[in-house]
Design a protein around this ligand. Structure first.
Ligand code: AMP
Length: 249
């Protein structure tokens, strides 16, 4: 079974980002970029399916600038077999990404498409669902367990207040939640091997996809800074402040 995994290049989760001085966007000049953590979980799940003999080939796809090759190579070092870069310098919003993925799905005919539930930069949580709508494939979002059977996949989903298990006919779409697995680290020999794995490049135009933006960012601003706390001498002073300053009691 062929598995397609979508990996996004995002600012590393350890980096504290700042808005640009003009508030037009987040400043990502010279910051460390990595695979979106939920996409790393998606790659790990695909690799585990291959180790179990269920997946026969893992294809990773990333859309964006030429530099996305770095994240594709990282996914190849984790165990994916080949990569596809859909190269575009313009901003790619979730609908454009989903349409590019739809074109790749048409071409590659994977039985399972695994995406992250969310990119940690835009916090969109849209692409997997949009791909489901575009392709008509069933989707199991926020997966914490994935069990592939003959012609179906059982996905346990993390929903408010509990877990829901759905069964999807293959081909299907899964989006990963945090508890699905713990991604491995790439070993040095695998990083070296990944350099030789095939990586094809295409463009949205070649895929026949219109990537025009549907939404416009008006302003980016940091969250309000928390005021420093004050130390009170005793309970009486605390009660007095809560009553008269904070006016919460
Ligand atoms: P989002 O809808 O932006 O929160 O992203 C959800 C998931 O869609 C990500 O975890 C990726 O698996 C996939 N995705 C979004 N944007 C891209 C991209 N530019 N390249 C590859 N995959 C992407």
């Amino acid at each position: 079974m062929k598995v397609l995994v979508a990996v996004k290049r995002v600012v590393d989760y350890n980096i504290k980002v700042r808005p640009k001085a003009d508030g037009s966007d987040v400043d990502i000049a010279n910051v460390k970029m990595s695979i979106n953590p939920f996409c790393e979980i998606a790659v790990e799940e695909a690799v585990r399916l291959k180790e179990k003999g269920i997946a026969s080939e893992i294809v990773v796809v990333s859309m964006g600038s030429k530099q996305c090759q770095e994240q594709i190579r990282s996914a190849l070092a984790l165990g994916a077999d080949r990569g596809i870069l859909v190269e575009a310098e313009a901003e790619l919003q979730p609908l454009a990404v989903a349409k590019c993925l739809q074109a790749i799905v048409d071409k590659e005919q994977p039985q399972l498409v695994i995406l992250g539930k969310q990119s940690i930069d835009g916090d969109n949580n849209q692409t997997g669902q949009m791909l489901g709508a575009l392709t008509g494939m069933g989707q199991g979002t926020f997966a914490s367990e994935v069990v592939v059977a003959e012609n179906a996949v059982k996905v346990t989903r993390e929903i408010d207040g509990g877990l829901q298990t759905v069964e999807l006919k293959l081909p299907a779409i899964v989006t990963t939640d945090l508890r699905l697995n713990e991604p491995r680290y790439a070993t040095l020999p695998n990083i070296m091997k990944a350099k030789k794995k095939p990586l094809d490049t295409t463009t949205p135009k070649a895929l026949g996809v219109d990537i025009a933006a549907r939404t416009k960012t008006l302003k980016v601003e940091p969250p309000a800074e928390r005021k420093a706390g004050v130390r009170v001498a005793d309970v009486a002073e605390l009660v007095e402040k809560l009553k008269n300053e904070a006016k919460v009691i």
